[in-house]
Structures are given as structure tokens and as C-alpha cells.
Design a protein around this ligand. Structure first.
Ligand code: ZN
Length: 199
């Protein structure tokens, strides 16, 4: 991008390193930022830095939050006897948006993927087992995505939990194979939850 001066090129390069942002979008965003009043740009960069500095994992469910214990885990109206296991904070948000699940979550922050060298020890499975030892849990609903890795992770967890005598279920089909939970419509998500299968 030699036709832009160095500082503009640098901004475009940084923006295009974001997921889903190609070189054209990066140029559009860069010029949009340059057009914005300085204080608006500062608000934007402050928000990015503030989130990056202060967002951490909830000490109980491992979702991303700016509190020690996230709002869902600290809500006394939630049913602590049912835990939904999801891959990411975004998947948790997808289920929260439909507002029909009143249990609590456990966020793995990834899936087992031998191809990418991600093993069970690299995601929050130990932490789930630890929770099950200390909390009075009746059911674990595994809501990983229906990708190959999501299914393998679900199988792995269900095999681990079965001997402990805890009811383990898997969200039903209806989620397209390889489908990303966060992009699925609410009706499908709800149907998948209600039609969950006991493993
Ligand atoms: Zn939490």
C-alpha cells in the first residue's frame, strides 16, 4: 500500500489484521476513523484498551467479564443445579439472548482439536470437574458447536462425567453441522435446548 503515507498504511495494516476485515474494509474503516472528531477516536481507543486491561475470566464459570464473579454466576435467581457447557462467552451470550435458560454456564474457552494441538488440558475441563465436586449439580448440558471438534469435545466430557453419576445431556440436532452457535436464530437454539438428549 505504498500509495498511502506510512502512518495511514500502518493503520490499514492493523485494521486488516482483524478477523473478517479484508483490505478494502480496512481502508474504509481507516478513512472513517481519520474523519472522526479526535475525542470520538479517543473514546473508541479507550474502550478497546479498557476492555483489554480489565476483562478477565469469571473465577467460577470462566466467561469473560470485568468482575471477579460474572453477573450470571452472582445472580441468586439462577438455578445452580444445571450447568450448560459452552465453547465461548459469545455462545453463552447467544443462549442468554433467548432468555429461556435459567441455569448457569461453564465456558471451556475452546474445543479439543488434535489438528491444532489443543488437548483436554488446554481448555477449562479440569475446572468443570472441580466445580462438579464442590457444587450440587444435577445436570450438565453440553452445548458445544456441532463441528467435528465440538462433537469430539462433547463425547470426551460426557465420558468423563458419566461415572460421577451426573445426568449429562447434549443439545439436540437442528443446529446445522459445523454451525456456529452465535449465528443461529433463537427458535433453533431454543429447540436444541428443549430437545436435548440425555447421554
Ligand atoms: Zn461466571
Amino acid at each position: 500500500m505504498e500509495y498511502y503515507s506510512e502512518k495511514i498504511s500502518r493503520l490499514i495494516a492493523e485494521l486488516s489484521s482483524l478477523p473478517g476485515i479484508g483490505s478494502k474494509s480496512a481502508q474504509r474503516l481507516a478513512f472513517h476513523l481519520l474523519d472522526m472528531p479526535e475525542e470520538k477516536v479517543k473514546k473508541f481507543t479507550d474502550a478497546v484498551l479498557d476492555a483489554k486491561t480489565n476483562v478477565k475470566y469469571c473465577s467460577r464459570c470462566f466467561c469473560l467479564t470485568d468482575r471477579e464473579v460474572c453477573p450470571i454466576c452472582s445472580n441468586t435467581n439462577r438455578d445452580n443445579s444445571i450447568i450448560m457447557v459452552v465453547e465461548s462467552t459469545r455462545d453463552m451470550a447467544a443462549y442468554e439472548r433467548i432468555g429461556k435458560f435459567n441455569g448457569v454456564y461453564h465456558v471451556l474457552n475452546g474445543v479439543i482439536s488434535p489438528m491444532l494441538g489443543i488437548g483436554p488440558g488446554d481448555i477449562r475441563i479440569k475446572e468443570l470437574l472441580l466445580r462438579l465436586q464442590h457444587e450440587d449439580v444435577q445436570e450438565v448440558v453440553i452445548a458445544t458447536n456441532s463441528s467435528v471438534e465440538g462433537e469430539a469435545t462433547a463425547m470426551y466430557i460426557s465420558k468423563l462425567l458419566k461415572p460421577a453419576g451426573i445426568k449429562v445431556s447434549r443439545i439436540a440436532n437442528g443446529i446445522p453441522v459445523g454451525g456456529d452457535l452465535e449465528y443461529i436464530d433463537e427458535v433453533t437454539l431454543l429447540r436444541a435446548l428443549e430437545g436435548r438428549i440425555i447421554l
